[in-house]
Write a protein that binds this ligand. Structure first.
Ligand code: GLU
Length: 619
């Protein structure tokens, strides 16, 4: 109820928020916001020319637009928006985390990617997530996720620098300016921010640095108050002046490793807070990776995604190859959704068996994205009946597209990925496009703010499997990148951008991106409709009785449950043990319309709604 009220406040717009701010202002970092430019209005859809941006947050979208207006390109604008998200969405992303940057270059017509994933430190051990007291894995939430041992070496600042070096026109210092401004002048606290703070109160209370910053006066900042982060502004200024080496080799490297090895526990801390081993040498050793994107062709569209260490590109791509074997647009909607769900479950079966960091694991990426493999996997789908048990992985070593005898079912894997993260889409007047997903893993990351620096450290290493097994591609190893689900995706039609999209949501990122593509390409929806539509996520999970099930938003169940009933899918409402939030995803996208027109789209409702903007609006 409380949450809904805040969402309504958010929807009422700047004037109402400013008025509310007068009434609700709180202590420490708060000050009144009357008639204040900090209360930024937002809309989830915008059409027009000259450049476009879609993020979850109006301040971040405004930062990108300002850069575009001044002649910066999509990469400059994306870095400015990402840095601003570090201020306004500090629980989802920031320089304490990592992410994946996908870029379409208009001049060359090429899609390239940067892997800015966090890495495990040199000193991590196979049993890092096992509690020595019990010999069993630490309880996941809140124990393991609130820890130094879950912190990976951050990749986000290095990603910004690498993207600017390769394709940008601004220096890092220039690109950070809008974010520094927002951090110093503050932003208006909305319902989502307060709710996320409240949800993390116990975790944040464990650390002096975190409670000082995010629990001023002992409580979450009030809706409508102004939240400033001068520490982060100063940290950004240091990066602007000294470069990212300040973080990887300078004073911040020592401070980050100190916070990991000896977290700034408060006297009243109640959680075990397992410590990590990260050293300044681990930070000095960090590098981003330039990588080719994944590619599949879906109904004549070229779909580019992120290769491992993320499982996004291979899993979305394999599911699309499976779906390419049938014509969804000629089917009834329930029949098409049945295929969508089953194709996703099949691709997840292969993700679990084969995908990990390719520096450590021989990932059969070529086979996973081979249309012939997809054709053979499609044989597993019964057109009339959902699988009642999870699918078994396919055989990547021997396939010919011919349907084999039906193999036995496999056990379900456990998935502990969380649902934080943020995503953005940016395009410029030259036709360059950025799709960028960045995260600190869980909402609130590890809960550890680096003392005096204004940002949270990630807990991305919890994306590794907790229990070590030599046959698991996602087992913990020193210097390894945990398998991600982030799926920043750029689709081309006749070699030109057609749709760019991405989402947060842990492993549901994959299904959100896949379902949105199906909605847009096959089910006749516009991009805003495809984003707003209720979601269901089939990750090949089984419940405790071994029965395969689909996590579905309540809106999906009420809209499609009856139509899907004959297929026998078990639809479990989201918000369950496997998907902690009732909402699946908080997507952003840009569709490229004829004549250079752009349609920027964000969520109309989920996570309080996102913010789409274009440089020259035109209906
Ligand atoms: N750690 C997740 C991943 O890399 C992202 C977390 C989230 O989206 O909530 O896929």
């Amino acid at each position: 109820m409380k949450h809904l009220d805040w969402i309504n406040v958010r929807r009422r717009g700047a004037a109402a928020m400013a008025a509310l701010a007068l009434a609700l202002t709180t202590g420490a970092v708060a000050s009144p916001a009357s008639a204040d430019p900090r209360a930024v209005d937002k809309t989830p859809t915008a059409t027009g020319y000259g450049g476009a941006v879609s993020t979850v947050d109006p301040e971040a979208s405004a930062a990108a637009l300002e850069v575009l207006r001044k002649g910066g390109n999509a990469v400059d604008a994306a870095v400015a928006a990402a840095a601003t998200l570090g201020v306004t969405e500090p629980y989802s992303a920031g320089i304490g985390g990592g992410g994946y940057f996908v870029y379409y270059d208009a001049k060359s017509g090429k899609v390239s990617t940067i892997d800015g994933r966090e890495t495990a430190p040199a000193g991590i051990t196979h049993d890092a997530f096992i509690d020595p007291k019990t010999g069993k894995p630490y309880n996941f939430t809140p124990q393991l996720v609130t820890s130094g041992v879950s912190v990976g070496v951050p990749g986000t600042a290095a990603t910004w620098q690498r993207a600017l070096d390769r394709w940008g026109t601004l220096s890092l210092g220039e690109a950070l300016k809008p974010a520094i401004k927002v951090a110093d002048r503050g932003f208006v606290v909305d319902g989502t921010f307060r709710q996320q703070t409240e949800d993390n109160k116990l975790r944040f209370q464990q650390f002096t640095s975190t409670s000082n910053l995010f629990l001023p006066g002992g409580d979450a900042p009030a809706v409508g108050s102004i939240f400033q982060n001068h520490d982060l502004a100063a940290t950004y200024r240091m990066l602007a002046e000294d470069g990212v080496n300040a973080l990887y080799r300078g004073p911040l490297a020592s401070e980050i490793s100190a916070a990991v090895q000896s977290p700034p526990k408060s006297a009243s801390a109640t959680l075990p807070i397992p410590v990590g081993s990260m050293t300044p040498a681990d930070l000095a050793a960090y590098t981003t990776l330039d990588q080719d994107p994944t590619h599949v062709n879906y109904r004549g569209l070229d779909v580019y995604g992120k290769a491992p260490s993320s499982s996004g590109g291979t899993t979305v791509g394999e599911a699309l190859n499976i779906l390419n074997t049938v014509n969804l647009s000629e089917m009834s909607v329930p029949q098409a959704l049945h295929y969508y769900l089953e194709s996703s479950a099949l691709a997840f079966a292969d993700r679990g068996k084969y995908v990990g960091d390719p520096a450590f694991v021989d990932v059969p990426q070529k086979a996973l994205l081979d249309p012939v493999f997809g054709k053979e996997r499609a044989c597993q789908i019964n057109p009339n009946k959902a699988t009642q048990v999870p699918f078994k992985p396919g055989d990547v070593t021997s396939y010919d597209g011919v349907c084999p005898a039906r193999p036995a079912a496999a056990a379900s894997e456990k998935d502990t990925e969380n649902i934080s993260t943020t995503n953005m889409t940016v395009a410029d007047k030259w036709g360059n496009v950025v799709e960028y997903t960045l995260t600190i893993e869980q909402t609130g990351g590890s809960g550890i703010v680096v003392p005096g620096r204004g940002f949270l450290l990630n807990n991305e290493l919890t994306d590794f499997s907790a229990v070590w097994s030599a046959s698991d591609p996602n087992r913990i190893e020193p210097f390894k990148r945990p398998r991600s689900s982030m799926s920043p995706t750029i689709m081309l039609k006749d070699g030109k951008p057609w749709l760019a999209l991405g989402s947060p949501g842990g492993s549901t990122i994959i299904t959100t991106v896949l379902q949105t593509i199906v909605n847009r390409v096959d089910l006749g929806m516009t991009t805003p409709q495809a984003i707003a539509a209720p979601r269901a996520s089939d990750r090949n999970f089984a419940n405790s009785s071994g029965r395969a099930f689909v996590t579905a938003e309540p809106g999906f169940i009420s809209k499609y449950g009856t139509g899907l009933a004959p297929f026998g899918h078990l639809l479990v409402p989201s918000g369950d043990a496997f998907t902690s939030a009732a909402e699946i995803g908080a997507e952003t996208a840009i569709e490229f319309l004829p004549g250079g027109k752009m349609l920027a789209a964000a969520e109309p409702v989920r996570r309080g709604g996102g913010s789409a903007m274009v440089l020259k609006p035109s209906p």
